[in-house]
Design a protein around this ligand. Structure first.
Ligand SMILES: Nc1ncnc2c1ncn2[C@@H]1O[C@H](COP(=O)(O)OP(=O)(O)OP(=O)(O)O)[C@@H](O)[C@H]1O
Ligand SMILES: [Mg+2]
Length: 355
């Protein structure tokens, strides 16, 4: 059955590199405006599959369609204009500055100066790097995580509707990686691109995916929403691949905004089900005022960079924030820095028990 919303379709796609059969007949439909994550063991054909979409690799057999047209009929340049591409080692051009790297495609497209300036500004804002500090740096002056953000910005450069991401966060350490994933979710909820995202990391897959594709030996084994995959793995391979620790995965899947509870204004602060009064301070930190065991008032400083939940933080991240703060709730702070709700430890515990 054809999905109406599918924007990319693979029909019996085979790819051979000499003797090696990298893809052995892939049939798949990629929903538009959603994040499709491709996961599977090394060498199963993930990179090959997304490279057939922008024609960096041509199928030996079968077809790939973009918006109902065989990509073979679309010029490579036209195709790549529609599709941003970011890879694990970023591939930034070393002798160009960060800004020049980000504006590579718009420059190739001959955008007027004014439009390029505006776009560069938007992109820096989007990836959370200060253009004054970073614009004139060279790639060798960036940390791994910063370079990957720039790589992502470059893929977004000319605002293409499709993004092909081949392990774009692969070179980042786990903590930074969770942060980048959070940013990616935030950006994606705003931009609603069609994203094909490859990863080796199952929690990354579960966190980012609207739709998840599991591959093995050049074939798609199962493609479904992460919820359904976790509930109904198609076979032993998928079951094994998803692993035993479902609880941890559910905590990865859910974001703080999904379980946060509302607050009401009280005096100079906000209070909710936890009974803790959250009092925002001028510098962005928050004072938590609560009753001790013998009824006395105690307070604790909630540091915005350490203890608060952002709306798209995974519950797994929230758990470590609870541990750091040592209170039964943490405040939720939105993108504009406002305390909007609180996340209760009890709610997270209930979810782990349901698991
Ligand atoms: N240019 C090439 N020439 C020859 N063989 C290739 C080439 N590119 C990939 N292969 C082979 O094709 C198969 C699929 O490779 P591909 O890079 O698509 O896998 P992958 O799933 O992306 O793996 P990884 O997770 O390690 O990145 C592998 O056996 C690989 O060795
Ligand atoms: Mg690969």
């Amino acid at each position: 059955m054809q999905k109406k919303s599918a924007i990319i379709r693979f029909h019996g796609v085979e790819v051979k590199y000499g003797e090696v059969q990298a893809l052995r007949g892939v049939n798949l439909e990629i929903p538009g405006g959603k994040v499709t994550v491709i996961i599977g063991p090394s060498g199963c054909g993930k990179s090959t599959m997304i490279r057939t979409v922008n024609r960096m690799v041509e199928p030996t057999k079968g077809t790939v369609e973009y918006q109902g047209v065989d990509v073979k009929q679309l010029g490579k340049i036209e195709l790549r204009r529609q599709m941003g591409y970011a890879i694990q080692n970023v591939g930034l051009i070393p002798h160009l500055t960060v800004e020049e790297n980000i504006m590579l495609v718009p420059r190739l497209l001959g955008w007027p100066e004014e439009r390029k300036k505006k776009r560069a500004h938007e992109l820096f804002e989007l990836i959370g790097l200060d253009p004054k500090e970073y614009g004139n740096k060279y790639p060798s002056e960036l940390s791994g995580g910063e370079a990957q953000r720039v790589g992502v910005a470059r893929a977004l450069g000319a605002d293409p509707p499709v993004l092909l991401f081949d392990e774009p966060f692969g070179a980042v350490d786990p903590l930074k990686r969770e942060e980048l994933q959070g940013e990616f979710v935030r950006i994606q909820r705003r931009l609603k691109k069609t994203v094909l995202f490859i990863t080796h990391d199952l929690s990354e897959a579960i966190r980012l995916a609207d739709y998840m594709v599991i591959m093995k030996d050049g074939l798609v084994v199962q493609a479904d929403t992460p919820q359904r995959l976790l509930k109904e793995p198609a076979n032993d391979f998928v079951e094994q691949f998803l692993g035993a620790d479902r609880t941890l995965q559910r905590l990865t899947l859910l974001t703080a905004d999904r379980i946060a509870k509302p607050l009401r204004i009280e005096g100079e602060g906000l209070v909710g089900a936890s009974g803790i009064l959250w009092r925002p301070l001028a510098d962005g930190d928050i004072l938590a005022v609560y009753k001790g065991d013998s009824g006395e008032f105690l307070s604790r400083l909630v540091q915005v960079n350490i203890h608060v939940a952002r709306p798209y933080a995974s519950l797994k991240e929230c758990v470590s924030k609870f541990l750091a703060l040592g209170l039964p709730a943490i405040p939720l702070v939105d993108d504009s820095g406002e305390v909007t709700a609180e996340v209760l430890f009890d709610d997270i515990q209930r979810i782990t028990k349901e698991g």
